[in-house]
Design a protein around this ligand. Structure first.
Ligand SMILES: [Cu+2]
Length: 196
């Protein structure tokens, strides 16, 4: 009888201690989650997203590009809906300007670190280099890629920096090697990168 009472008390004490521990841990988790949310909201541009509408030399919409932060870089989603069939180079250029018809106002490839063009170039790549995108016979195509050299924050490599940047679609494939533009030909569509 006495032995049974002792076991019962010990058991109850253990139950109380365990419950208390869980309550404390839960409280810590809640506080950490709130703190994380607060930091994310306060961080400059840390939740920023961006988009660009690609338009050809006549002003017709060729496709869209959406961008969001991912793994310390920027995730790109390119959707072509009216591009010439074939493989096209596509890059981030250094100015937020797309004056038709030749889009020379977009400037050179965005390369704040001063490297050469091409992921297969030993002296490359440009920060703004991206993989080729292919349009099918209906002008449609898509590309998703994450670029670790760019950001959407207020950093030197930001797509939303003062002066802006632009996404340029080229006539032909980028060879990923030849400076300064991978032999990708004319600029056939352009879109200024905008927040939102
Ligand atoms: Cu280019």
């Amino acid at each position: 009888m006495a032995r049974s009472w002792i076991v019962s008390v010990v058991g109850t004490a253990a139950l109380v201690a365990c419950t208390g521990g869980e309550d404390t841990a839960g409280g810590d988790d809640t506080a950490a989650a709130l703190g994380g949310d607060t930091l994310a909201t306060a961080g400059v541009g840390s939740d920023a997203q961006a988009r660009a509408t690609l338009r050809d030399s006549l002003g017709n919409e060729v496709g869209t590009v959406t961008m969001r932060p991912q793994d310390g870089g920027v995730a790109f989603a390119v959707e072509l809906m009216a591009a010439p069939a074939g493989v096209h180079g596509i890059h981030v250029h250094e100015n937020g300007s797309c004056d038709a018809p030749a889009f020379g106002s977009a400037g050179s490839h965005f390369a704040p670190e001063g490297r050469q063009h091409g992921t297969d170039n030993p002296e490359g790549p440009h920060a703004g280099d991206l993989p080729n995108v292919t349009a099918d016979a209906n002008g449609r195509g898509s590309l998703t890629t994450t670029n670790p050299r760019l950001s959407l924050d207020m950093a030197p490599q930001s797509l939303l920096r003062a002066g802006g940047t632009a996404i340029v679609l080229h006539a032909t494939a980028d060879d990923y090697r030849t400076d300064p533009s991978g032999n990708s030909g004319d600029r056939i569509a352009c879109g200024v990168v905008e927040r939102g």
